[in-house]
Ligand binder design. Structure first.
Ligand code: ZN
Length: 554
């Protein structure tokens, strides 16, 4: 058995735009590389889960590493995939499975035979090199602001990762100039160039595992970028930093429209909103919502293992994405089809640099809990709706089976497997998580009130000594969203609000233990997970309340 993966022109080839060399999109022979390690279990060195690779760790034998998949896999181009797909017979593929090649897509089986020969490098150990630079903080050297991007690439890597890495280098150069001019950051700034991101987030994960205790004690936030291009500013991450990331984007100018990066993103979101309700919210809400982080770049270990508030930033959307992870991602492509005059590279450095300097120099750290509480409430509503929908779907399907709907509408000459009657699930008890979300909302209001009072009269009180104590609590606010047991089936992932999908990979599943239990129809586990997440949220609310009380104290 083997697995061949190709990128269909429907997603990133001629259906989207002109192909290279006439345009930016993937040509017939473009092959998208990528890791197929089972990273939703844990990323990093497959042989040392949870342990930094340079520690004297006991390594798993390769055959026992759960993240090394056992089926050989190769990526191929659509040029090579087309004859294989054309040889498939059987039922016509469902609409969502059809691509943009000029053939009828079938699900198989078919007559085509493939001779698959995979040669892998199984040398057991190979060094990867992280580059770490540190500017010690002048007032709070034990509070660390971390900024990173990876430096390894699948092939040439002009866009991924160099377009992001050069911004971090430029930020480092600018901070160096400021140091020479006499400026010193109040907090410690750590700039990182990660190695081995593409094969499995190796460099960042091993570093974040190795320094786990120190990072849990000292890290304020991690700001990641990966690739950059022409277009709209995008940010994803921790919702305690949602307002902060909006504020940074308000102060960076979009180089091609001269609007602020924030305003351009906002107007773009209105243009692409899916409903009138969505447009209304964008127009009325003070800040743009930021998506949560799943996985796929170096923030993973910081956010989901160490519990450090994280942001992922970049520009893009006006350049074609058809060269991703292929040999075509080179300097020629980048300077012809992406950020051809590097103005968005400068904008990214301005954004990352502004974020880092504000985090490093703020009297009171810019965490905010109103948007966070609002997001938690949204998640709880989504989970309730998901449970309700699953419930209704099972009822409806059972009824249709009883009515004979499937048998009557199936093609007797090409029959499908008939669905089976399922037990109608019990109603879940959402009360614990709803009450906990209310506590978060109440504590967020307390914090907001204390902040408004402290910030009055020019904010003089924000520079007082008691604010340092508030900051120490704020730094722990993301840590509180983790627990030491981690998620069911994957203890490495400790964050209870954000994780990549266990079955779906990269993309985020919010409140994963609850959401995935519902999706998998594991009702008992869903009820248990609701109680666990409610506990985590109550702890978070307690921390926010004590931060509010400290901030309010004279
Ligand atoms: Zn990358």
């Amino acid at each position: 058995m083997g697995c061949l993966i190709y990128s269909d022109p429907h997603e990133d080839g001629y259906v989207q735009g002109d192909t290279f060399p006439n345009g930016a999109w993937r040509p017939k022979d473009g092959v998208q590389r990528g890791s197929v390690a089972d990273m939703p279990i844990y990323p990093g060195d497959p042989l040392t889960p949870g342990i930094g690779a340079t520690k004297n760790a006991k390594r798993l034998p390769v055959k026992d590493a759960p993240t090394i998949t056992k089926i050989p896999v190769l990526p191929i181009s659509y040029g090579d995939a087309q004859p294989l797909l054309a040889a498939l017979t059987g039922r016509v593929a469902p609409e969502a499975w059809r691509g943009g090649l000029g053939i009828t897509y079938h699900v198989g089986p078919g007559a085509a035979k493939v001779h698959l020969k995979v040669k892998s490098n199984w040398e057991p150990l190979k060094p990867v090199y992280d580059v770490i630079a540190k500017i010690p903080g002048s007032s709070f050297p034990d509070e660390w602001v971390i900024r990173g991007n990876h430096h390894d690439a699948w092939v040439n890597g002009a866009e991924d990762p160099t377009s992001g890495m050069v911004a971090v280098l430029e930020e480092g150069r600018a901070l160096g100039e400021l140091l020479k001019a006499g400026w010193k950051p109040k907090r410690t700034i750590i700039l990182c160039a990660w190695d081995g991101e593409e094969p499995g987030l190796l460099g960042s994960t091993e570093w974040a595992e190795e320094h786990y205790d120190d990072l849990r004690a000292h890290a304020v936030a991690y700001v990641n970028s990966d690739s950059n291009g022409r277009g709209y500013f995008g940010v994803e991450g921790s919702h305690t930093l949602e307002k902060f990331s909006n504020d940074v984007a308000r102060d960076v100018s979009d180089p091609e429209t001269q609007l602020s990066a924030w305003k351009r993103s906002r107007l773009h979101e209105i243009a692409t909103a899916k409903s009138a309700d969505q447009r209304k919210e964008i127009r009325e809400r003070a800040d743009l919502r930021i998506p949560a982080l799943g996985s796929g770049s170096d923030y993973t270990a910081f956010l989901q293992h160490d519990g450090i508030a994280s942001l992922n930033i970049g520009f893009g959307g006006e350049d074609g994405g058809g060269i991703y992870h292929s040999i075509y991602d080179d300097f020629y492509w980048y300077t012809h089809f992406s950020d051809t005059d590097f103005v968005y590279g400068r904008a990214l450095a301005q954004t990352g640099g502004t974020a880092v300097m504000r985090l490093a120099d703020a009297d009171l750290l810019p965490f905010e809990f109103g948007n966070f509480a609002d997001t938690v409430q949204t998640y709880v509503k989504e989970l309730k709706a998901l449970a309700e929908k699953t419930h209704d779907e099972i009822r409806e399907r059972n009824r249709e089976i009883e009515e004979g709907v499937f048998k009557a509408s199936d093609d007797p000459r090409q029959p499908l497997v008939a669905p089976k009657v399922e037990t109608v699930p019990p109603h879940l008890n959402f009360a614990p998580i709803e009450n906990a979300a209310e506590e978060v909302t109440r504590s967020a209001a307390e914090y907001h009130k204390a902040f408004e009072e402290a910030n009055a009269n020019g904010g003089a009180r924000l520079a007082s000594a008691s604010v340092a104590e508030v900051n120490r609590l704020l730094i722990q606010s993301e840590r509180k969203l983790t627990n030491s047991e981690g998620l069911p089936n994957r203890p490495w992932f400790k964050h209870q609000l954000y994780a990549p999908g266990f079955y779906t990979g990269y993309a985020v599943k919010t409140v994963p233990a609850v959401r995935e239990a519902i999706e998998q129809k594991q009702w008992k586990q869903a009820d248990e997970a609701i109680a666990v997440v409610a506990g985590v949220l109550r702890d978070e609310a307690a921390l926010i309340s004590s931060a509010a009380a400290k901030l309010a104290a004279k």
